[in-house]
Design a protein around this ligand. Structure first.
Ligand SMILES: [Zn+2]
Length: 310
């Protein structure tokens, strides 16, 4: 199943495997000025090629190596053999050898396993800069959802193509791959860009990105603080899942435990190992700390936006 809509000069292409005419899970590719951002899954690759048939594809840039973002690459390169494909350096091994993704059976069924693609160029080779005739996009590292995740930002229009670095709605589960500290840091990075349009991996274009991004940061930080309080109260992960989420979501069952609320609680615990508890005053913020602080200290300045948001 594939849906196409125009958003200014950006073509939004949403793709999903359909069961009885209903989409299982939308994932998006975006086309602008000869550049395609992400390629969708393998199961919709030929529909994507057909939809793109009227437009040129000179460059393809992927946000990360997950199969629902790279599965269309092989079919696209068969149709557009002269197109250049870009990805973060960390994503190249998984795109060249999708076995490294260690796909669960449900992932193979919902999206299909990508074919290996070895002619992918590292964004390092173009200094994180992608140029089309009309636009220049900058790749920004946004790990957390995966280690190899980047977003693409067009600064003159303040368009932000953020893949899965931002997922709308309330978080009820995640995979073990989630690094919550990196994910929150990446959301802060994205918010600091002051985007005016957000083009996420779901294909639901956001016209008010900043409140959405700040809201997501606040929700995740609050969730980690709630987990911290419950851990301090001696509760187990299962008890915390029950207290915060009312139990595991249905996603837990049909992904055979790959996504779970327990993984999200674990991600919060790991975040809390790095971030000081809410209300804790750091030594450097006290008069004593300021007196003993060396002039060339490498610690962050009090004006760091991350400190304010936290
Ligand atoms: Zn992903």
């Amino acid at each position: 199943m594939i849906q196409v809509e125009q958003h200014g000069s950006v073509t939004v292409i949403r793709m999903a495997r359909a069961i009885l005419g209903r989409p299982l899970y939308w994932t998006a590719a975006y086309w602008l000025d000869g550049l395609l951002i992400d390629s969708g899954p393998r199961c919709t690759a030929h529909e994507l090629v057909r939809v793109l048939d009227q437009v040129p594809v000179r460059q393809i840039a992927v946000t990360h190596s997950h199969e629902d973002h790279t599965g269309g690459l092989a079919a696209l390169l068969a149709r557009y053999p002269s197109a250049t494909v870009y990805a973060a350096r960390q994503a190249l091994p998984q795109i060249a050898d999708p076995e490294l993704l260690q796909l669960h059976r449900y992932r193979r069924w919902v999206w299909g396993a990508p074919e290996p693609v070895d002619r992918v160029q590292s964004l390092d080779d173009v200094a994180d800069r992608l140029c089309t005739p009309r636009y220049t996009l900058r790749a920004v590292e946004t790990p957390g959802h995966s280690r190899d995740h980047v977003s693409y930002f067009e600064p003159s229009l303040r368009w932000l193509f953020c893949g899965d670095a931002f997922v709308g709605g309330r978080d009820l589960a995640c995979t073990p791959e989630m690094n919550l500290f990196a994910a929150v840091s990446s959301l802060r990075t994205l918010a600091s860009l002051r985007p005016e349009r957000l083009f996420p991996g779901s294909g639901t274009v956001c016209r008010t990105p900043l409140p959405e991004l700040l809201g997501k940061i606040g929700t995740l930080v609050q969730l980690a603080a709630d987990v911290q309080k419950l851990v301090a109260g001696g509760h187990t992960t299962d008890e915390i899942v029950q207290m915060l989420f009312g139990g595991e979501p249905p996603l837990r069952w049909w992904t055979f435990g790959h996504f779970s609320a327990a993984h999200l609680v674990d991600a919060c615990r790991q975040y809390n190992e790095l971030v000081p508890p809410t209300g804790l005053t750091l030594p450097l913020d006290t008069a004593e700390g300021r007196r003993t602080r060396r002039p060339n200290s490498s610690t962050r300045r009090p004006s760091d936006s991350g400190d304010r948001a936290r």
